[in-house]
Design a binder for this molecule. Structure first.
Ligand code: NAP
Length: 268
């Protein structure tokens, strides 16, 4: 059943292309206006016939759209929000699909006008493929889609987006952006980890710096045969390990309790 008159899709890779295919298959939108960064992708989207119109610019794409979804890299979302802001229709719902949410809210929200409703989203679904040919209509079926509206968000807009994702087949959850970014909801998704690292550059670099320093100290101690430094290092790591077990974060069993099926087998 039709839920939106005009869907503007900015970015047409795995996620954008899957949204287009699924929305079409379910008859959820009157028309789809698509755009992407390169002429090559835009030409391919036209060729595939997955949009009613393919336009050159992000600004053109959003004109008259009641739902706008950015399916582009997280780092590009702020600039695109700024670019489309003056062209958004009254009451348009603006959303994204980024794997991290805090950075999206920080980068996009300040640019969006009060007459548009910003409801960030993260479909926890993906494959290792990318580009306009990689999407498929079933991608979101039974996969989580997390919406992270801010406190003052319009409940009707949130509900409309929830209904849209549910119709694409997703199991929709609503939580704060902070809670989302702490939650390891897609532990093995390389796209998510790429985005988490790029969006938390400073913290990650600081942590890697500390790690590097520790490693250099250890290397130096071994090279110099500095027994005292090594003793101090291993006392410290043992205390850290014990602390982790005491707070119930890991097992005290040998090899952290990991099963070793081949060792557990009874001997012939
Ligand atoms: P993708 O297949 O590489 O597609 C990205 C699309 O964004 C391309 O069409 C690209 O255009 C376009 N684009 C990039 N910068 C743009 C800009 N400034 N303006 C307009 N279009 C722009 O990537 P994807 O896998 O669909 O990922 C897109 C988003 O989905 C990311 O934010 C990611 O965090 C999120 N996500 C991905 C997965 C996953 O497993 N892949 C899962 C959940 C969420 P060109 O082709 O012309 O370069």
């Amino acid at each position: 059943m039709k839920q939106f008159n005009r869907l503007a899709l900015i970015g047409f890779g795995l996620i954008g292309g899957s949204i287009a295919r699924a929305a079409r298959a379910q008859g959820l939108v009157g028309e789809i206006i698509a755009t992407a960064r390169s002429e090559q992708t835009r030409a391919r989207v036209s060729e595939l016939g997955l949009a009613d119109a393919v336009v050159k610019t992000n600004a053109e794409a959003v004109v008259g759209a009641d739902l706008v979804i950015l399916s582009i890299p997280v780092g590009a979302c702020g600039a695109v929000a700024q670019e489309i802001a003056p062209h958004l229709a009254q009451g348009a719902i603006v959303s994204d699909v980024g794997s991290v949410k805090g950075a999206i809210v920080r980068d996009m929200a300040p640019h969006l006008p009060p007459h548009a409703h910003f409801v960030p989203a993260h479909p926890v679904a993906g494959t290792e493929h990318s580009g306009p040919d990689s999407g498929f209509a079933e991608l979101f079926i039974n996969r989580w889609c997390i919406l992270t509206p801010s406190e003052g968000a319009d409940p009707e807009a949130v509900e409309r987006l929830r209904t849209f994702w549910a119709a694409l087949g997703a199991r929709v959850e609503i939580m704060t952006a902070e809670h989302h970014d702490l939650t390891r909801i897609a532990a093995s998704d390389p796209t998510m980890w790429r985005d988490v690292f790029l969006s938390n550059k400073e913290a990650v670099l600081e942590m890697l710096g500390t790690f590097n320093e520790d490693l250099s100290r250890l290397t130096r101690a071994i090279r110099r045969g500095d027994g005292e430094a090594l003793f101090e290092h291993f006392s410290r790591t043992r205390a850290i390990r014990r602390g982790i077990v005491e707070t119930g974060q890991d097992s005290a069993a040998p090899d952290f309790g990991r099963p070793h099926a081949h060792l557990d087998k009874p001997k012939d």
